[in-house]
Write a protein that binds this ligand. Structure first.
Ligand SMILES: C[S@@+](CC[C@H](N)C(=O)[O-])C[C@H]1O[C@@H](n2cnc3c(N)ncnc32)[C@H](O)[C@@H]1O
Ligand code: SF4
Length: 415
């Protein structure tokens, strides 16, 4: 039904950017909002750490190999926290999610973390039960750092495991073998009562059904609270992509194989108490992943650090470097398109919510598309909602892209 399988929500966001022009605004527009009271009282913080101490073969994220002491970057982040904290808009916000992402935000020393987290807490109004996440990699998550993080309220860690298979770990250039990964997770669980999430990559080169089943089973047996599962994307610039070009590796990507591995992972986890939180995320019920819910709902997100992206009101922004940020204004239609795209990430979607976002004239066109997906068994209708089937989850981001493209085309025809 689709020419391309889009594997991530980022792909859909890129499509929206291509189809709708960006209305670039100056920092003045952003600063003006920051002097006002926020219309919505809740919001989140994202802090980016663009460094890793080991580079994985599949990754082209916004990060570079750590080559210096991070004192200056810590200093810069603390100044940014203070700058944000001095703005009225921020002072009146109740922060209900904080996400330290990367890169690897546990590359800091325990002392640097202490400084970062104490300065953060001083400058924001953080609600008591705020969801506070750190992305991390096992080899630099020491128990000392974990206890500093816990002291300052970090109640959710997201560990990039990728796979428990030793063959897969070598291919992806992950540190530690399976035995050590399991030992470290058990050790962390003994010392840490917060939520533990892991990232898994499936359909890496020649991955077998046994390997994907084993990955799901280890997550279940180790009592992991939630799992983000992604099909391997071969990004330009990554080591895997260069090795493929130079014929050091061979990968015959087959969509049916991708689906088989995806559906197996889903089947094993769903049969063992996990539920789908959104297209690429599963939870045992303990983790609600408020951060991603806020992003999908286009809530405010203060983006701090080089390479961080966020939103304030109708302005989306991205920090290119320490001095330059890029700001773009979303008009009402573009904002609704983005909200619709976010809504389509969830497993069950109310038709009335779609109609609110598309408007009455475009809605019948979207309903036609949904009926086609139903015929192809990608979704199932209920009284006033629909749910993705396992195949629908697999094609979910292509469905999302298809629907938002239709919404944009209909609007262009109307004008
Ligand atoms: C921003 S990364 C940070 C995770 C952390 N630094 C780590 O790797 O331990 C978040 C996740 O995106 C996923 N990811 C990154 N590159 C990917 C790729 N090329 N294909 C599929 N998933 C990818 C990985 O599962 C990764 O853990
Ligand atoms: S996957 Fe994580 S640890 Fe590996 S290079 Fe990318 S950001 Fe760094």
């Amino acid at each position: 039904m689709f020419k391309t399988r889009y594997k991530s929500h980022h792909n859909v966001k890129n499509i929206i950017s291509k189809l709708m022009s960006n209305k670039v605004v100056t920092p003045l527009a952003f600063n003006k909002i920051m002097k006002e009271s926020p219309k919505v009282k809740e919001g989140g913080i994202y802090v980016h750490t663009p460094y890793c101490d080991n580079i994985c073969s599949f990754c082209n994220m916004n990060r570079k190999k750590l080559d210096t002491n991070l004192d200056r970057y810590v200093e810069y982040l603390c100044k940014e926290f203070e700058k944000y904290g001095s703005k009225k808009y921020v002072q009146e916000k109740n922060i209900n999610t904080i996400f330290f992402g990367g890169g690897t935000p546990t590359v800091y020393s325990a002392t640097q973390l202490e400084k970062l987290l104490s300065t953060l807490r001083k400058n924001f109004r953080i609600v008591e039960n705020c969801e506070f996440t750190f992305e991390t990699t096992l080899h630099n998550l020491t128990l000392e750092k974990l206890s500093v993080m816990e002291k300052y309220g970090v109640n959710r860690i997201s560990i990039g495991i990728q796979t428990f298979s030793d063959r897969g770990r070598k291919l992806l250039n992950r540190t530690y073998d399976q035995k050590e990964v399991i030992r470290r997770i058990k050790e962390i669980k003994e010392h840490y009562s917060g939520i533990i999430c892991i990232d898994i990559i499936y359909n890496y080169l020649d991955e077998t059904i046994e390997e994907v089943t084993q990955d799901a089973q280890f997550a279940i047996d180790l009592g992991i609270d939630s799992i983000s599962f992604y099909s391997l994307m071969i990004h330009k610039g990554s080591k895997i992509s260069k090795d493929l070009e130079n014929k050091k590796l061979f990968f015959d990507y087959q969509i049916l194989r991708d689906k088989e591995l995806h559906n197996k992972f889903l089947e094993v986890t769903l049969n063992n108490g996990f539920k789908l939180l959104e297209l690429t995320k599963l939870s045992n019920g303990r983790d609600t992943y408020g951060y991603i819910q806020n992003i999908n709902n286009c809530m405010d997100l203060f983006a701090i650090g080089v390479g961080a992206g966020g939103r304030v009101g109708n302005i989306e922004y991205y920090n290119m470097n320490k001095l330059i940020s890029f700001y773009a204004h979303d008009n009402d239609f573009k904002y609704r398109v983005k909200k619709l795209s976010g809504l389509l990430q969830f497993p069950e979607i109310k038709l009335t919510d779609i109609r609110k976002l598309t408007g009455d004239t475009i809605y019948p066109e979207i309903l036609n598309l949904l009926q086609e997906y139903e015929k192809a068994r990608l979704i199932e209708f209920f009284v006033d909602s629909f749910r993705y089937t396992a195949d629908g989850i697999f094609w979910g981001n292509s469905i999302d892209a298809d629907i938002v493209t239709k919404m944009i085309q209909c609007q262009k025809e109307e004008n």
